[in-house]
Design a protein around this ligand. Structure first.
Ligand SMILES: Nc1ncnc2c1ncn2[C@@H]1O[C@H](COP(=O)(O)OP(=O)(O)OP(=O)(O)O)[C@@H](O)[C@H]1O
Ligand SMILES: [Mg+2]
Length: 364
């Protein structure tokens, strides 16, 4: 395998091995590649792997179609001539021309305004472009890689993406696995990202014990490798020089609750070390379990973009009902008491969520 592919795409899982093999095969060709995958799965990394093992001597030129206002996108892509519009004082090359001899990476292609799609299609078909305000055809030799986290086919069906453009770019699709589909790669990814953080000049000297890694394996990683990277950067800030255990992973790294900004790392370490098992009574004298406080969710949107509230509340309900049944060996009336529910209400909920009593539990 070309060394550069391994350098960009870490992971030894079967899905990653397949993906790297595909990247290796397609890179030296001029085929258009469409990189698909959830947010944070590494689409941009794939574009770099492709470019750097393609043998193309030009540059990798990237443009994020979602990040540039649509009225500026055209001149960004195609360039403009002097006087093409107010403010166009000098002629300027667009990204297509800059990518001459190299690779053009159109990120978030699903957000390409429909008004520009026909112009893009023409550039892809004829390999020539015209600058804004210019009448001359300019030949460009580029290799195209596109990426999106959206379902382009349904955009075509709903009419916001041209079908002919879709078929033009969907030549060699590469589907990136979510991190949840390749959790076996976590240790390798953690190592690679920490190495990368070191290379950026940080003295990275925290480590995870076995339980901590096991805890991370249990998590679902909705933000994929980017979320993992954020967690590691957080670990670097909070736990410099420390060995991190499962509790810290759960309480300080994966939980949405941000530690208070002015807490010193050592203080935080002390505080969390004292928390002990979160399932134990929290010592307030009332023998209540240490449930997350509703205000812990206040910072949720500081870290995440959305939440399926109904599903989350259901998940909490299911988890607590199962835990209560477990604790009381499947005795529904005792579990109901523990949850401060009527027995009939609990039975109703168990039916609704298809929750079974634990095996070998006595009747109640
Ligand atoms: N295989 C990998 N090995 C190491 N780091 C990775 C890998 N894949 C992704 N990363 C890291 O994860 C982060 C997200 O990667 P990238 O920007 O390529 O994702 P993306 O799929 O383009 O996400 P988005 O859809 O949000 O733009 C980056 O910091 C990148 O360095
Ligand atoms: Mg990206």
């Amino acid at each position: 395998m070309a060394a550069s592919i391994d350098k960009y795409l870490n992971g030894q899982s079967a899905v990653m091995a397949d993906l790297k093999h595909m990247v290796e095969m397609v890179s030296p060709t001029t085929s258009t590649v469409l990189v698909l995958g959830e947010t944070g799965t590494g689409k941009e990394m794939v574009s770099r792997a492709i470019h750097h093992s393609s043998g193309r001597t030009g540059d990798l030129i990237s443009i994020n179609c979602a990040a540039i206002p649509s009225e500026l996108l055209e001149s960004e892509l195609f360039g403009h001539e002097k006087g093409a519009f107010t403010g166009a004082e000098k002629p300027r090359q667009g990204r297509f021309e800059m990518a001459n001899g190299g690779t053009l990476f159109l990120d978030e292609i699903g957000d390409m305004p429909i008004s520009l799609q026909s112009k893009l299609l023409r550039a892809l078909e004829e390999r020539t472009i015209q600058r804004v305000g210019g009448g001359k055809d300019i030949q460009v030799d580029f290799r195209l890689v596109c990426a999106t986290h959206q379902n382009l086919k349904s955009k075509v069906d709903e009419g916001s993406f041209r079908a002919d453009l879709y078929y033009r770019i969907n030549v060699f699709p590469l589907q990136l696995p979510s991190l949840a589909e390749r959790k076996v790669d976590l240790p390798v990814l953690i190592k690679a990202i920490m190495e990368n953080m070191k290379a950026m000049g940080d003295a990275v000297d925290f480590q995870f014990d076995e339980d901590a890694v096991a805890e991370m394996m249990r998590y679902s990683w909705p933000g994929n490798v980017r979320e993992l990277r954020n967690v590691l950067e957080r670990a670097h800030v909070l736990f410099a020089g420390k060995t991190i255990g499962a509790t810290e992973v759960r309480e300080n790294l994966l939980r949405m609750k941000a530690p208070k900004k002015n807490q010193e790392a050592d203080f935080l370490w002390q505080a969390t070390a004292d928390l002990g098992d979160p399932n134990m009574a929290n010592g307030d004298g009332l023998d209540k379990p240490a449930l997350p406080h509703p205000s812990d969710y206040r910072d949720w949107f500081a870290y995440f973009d959305d939440m399926d509230l109904r599903r989350h509340l259901q998940d909490i309900e299911i988890t607590l009902i199962e835990a209560a049944l477990d604790k009381h060996e499947g005795m529904v009336s005792r579990a109901a008491e523990a949850l401060k529910l009527r027995r009939t209400t609990l039975i109703e909920k168990m039916r609704k969520y298809v929750i079974e009593k634990p095996a070998n539990s006595p009747e109640s």
